[in-house]
Design a protein around this ligand. Structure first.
Ligand code: HEM
Length: 434
């Protein structure tokens, strides 16, 4: 979240200054609003020299890309991004120590994508997600009560590492059927996988991350083997034994990649959103007040979740690649142009969202944001994460008040990756409601 005042627009930079800027610059990555706005105004499909990628910044162009998955390939964009600069060595390590290199089955293009996607859609229907709400509410209230005890003892609480991360890890592990999970390990595995699309790791970090991913895959493979022999009532068993709509079975490597994707995608992103929720409550007292007054109004709570995802989308940018020469946003792109689709800039586009830095629960188009993407690759876990965020917001507001940052706002640090914008640590103080 940035310090730009509500309704104020940052000054444009001009094309020349833009040419010197990069999303890989940690200062810009941490506070990117002005950069996004300058791109949208001056150079909407902008070549970031240091990243070697075309940044797609305007809402309309983003939607054009996402609605045409054959021209803008997810599979090739992702592959070109993955373990960038170290792919051959990374793959060799996984084949040697991690049971194999398993390409992400869900990051395929249609029709391969359609085959696997139908299976995941069935696992995350809105109806199934609704049945999970009571269990998730229990996980959330237990965690809030633990935090409230800590805060009552005068301790500063970390909203990200003591709350958001353990919460989302518990939820996804329960879904997958991983009762005996080690939250610290899952967090390290998640960061290691996310770093592969983050474009910021050096070789030493790649080696460390590859070792973590080997550990993750060996864990997943052991869990899958146990269910091959003896199915249980959980999502890993469903994937191991799944028959697809075309009558085919998932290959073992495809199933490993799907379990891996669910552990990671279901964890980091929602945890980031819940960290952002706490940040908003701590820094925008007027929003905290409205939420407190409306906590029993389900419609308003839903709108709150949408506006939170719009104003601070956890996934800021993912890669696609052109499969032919094409014109986008007035720019001719060659075949194999590597794009970074900036969902975060789309959500900030003033031609779609008036005063985009205002947290406005009355927007007429509040659900038009692209935080979950659009089209065939639209987030599988959108219903689940919306529910998690809503329950977290509701129970936080019911149980605690006076949430405040325990450090100055300019000391908040973000994970160094171009794919997500996640707060690293969020020291907070608050009071338990009497
Ligand atoms: C606030 C939380 C979340 C956000 C912001 C988010 C965002 C996204 C985005 C932007 C995409 C890519 C869309 C595209 O390619 O254009 C995506 C895809 C995906 N998400 Fe999420 N996600 C969240 C939570 C989850 C959860 C909880 C799960 C699973 C339990 C999940 C699983 C997936 C999967 C499997 C894909 C790939 C879908 C495909 O390519 O067909 N996500 N998500």
């Amino acid at each position: 979240m940035e310090s730009t005042q509500a309704g104020q627009c940052p000054a444009g930079f001009g094309k020349t200054a833009l040419a010197d800027m990069s999303l890989s610059n940690p200062a810009i990555g941490a506070q990117p609003t002005a950069f996004y706005q300058a791109m949208r105004t001056e150079d909407p499909v902008h070549y970031d020299d240091k990243l070697g990628m075309w940044l797609v910044s305007r809402y309309d162009d983003i939607v054009t890309v996402l609605r045409d998955p054959l021209t803008y390939s997810d599979k090739h964009g992702y592959a070109a991004q993955y373990a960038s600069g170290f792919f051959a060595e990374f793959k060799e390590i996984l084949e040697r120590d991690g049971g194999g290199f398993f390409a992400d089955a869900i990051k395929d293009d249609p029709p391969g994508h359609t085959r696997v996607r139908r299976l995941l859609d069935k696992a995350f229907t809105a109806h199934r997600v609704a049945t999970l709400e009571p269990g998730i509410t229990r996980i959330i209230t237990d965690l809030i009560e633990q935090l409230a005890d800590k805060a009552a003892g005068g301790q500063v609480v970390d909203g990200v590492n003591d709350f958001a991360i353990p919460l989302t890890i518990s939820v996804i592990c329960e879904q997958l059927g991983l009762a005996q999970f080690n939250a610290g390990k899952i967090q390290r595995w998640s960061s290691a996988v996310t770093a592969q699309i983050g474009r910021m790791q050096n070789r030493e970090q790649m080696l460390e991350n590859a070792a973590q991913i080997c550990d993750l895959q060996n864990f997943i493979i052991a869990e899958m083997k146990a269910r091959e022999a003896q199915p249980r009532e959980d999502m890993i068993s469903d994937l191991v034994h799944a028959t697809l709509d075309d009558g085919s079975k998932l290959e073992f490597g495809e199933a490993v990649s799907l379990v891996r994707a669910l552990i990671i995608a279901g964890n980091d992103t929602t945890a980031t959103a819940i960290g952002n929720l706490l940040f908003v409550l701590a820094t925008r007292p007027e929003v905290a007040k409205t939420l407190q007054e409306s906590v029993d109004d389900d419609r308003l709570m839903n709108r709150f979740v949408e506006e939170l995802l719009r104003i601070e989308p956890p996934v800021r940018g993912l890669a696609k690649m052109t499969t032919k020469e094409v014109e986008l946003g007035g720019r001719k792109l060659p075949k194999d142009a590597h794009l970074l689709v900036l969902y975060a800039s789309g959500n900030d586009d003033e031609t779609q969202f008036a005063c985009p830095r205002d947290f406005d629960l009355n927007r007429s188009n509040i659900s038009k944001h692209v935080a979950f993407g659009v089209g065939v690759h639209r987030c599988v876990g959108a219903s689940l994460s919306r529910m998690e965020i809503k329950v977290a917001a509701r129970e936080i507001v019911r149980r605690i008040s006076d949430i405040k940052l325990a450090i100055p706002v300019d000391q908040i640090r973000y994970q160094p990756t171009v794919a997500v914008r996640s707060i690293e640590k969020l020291p907070l103080t608050f009071r338990r409601r009497g």
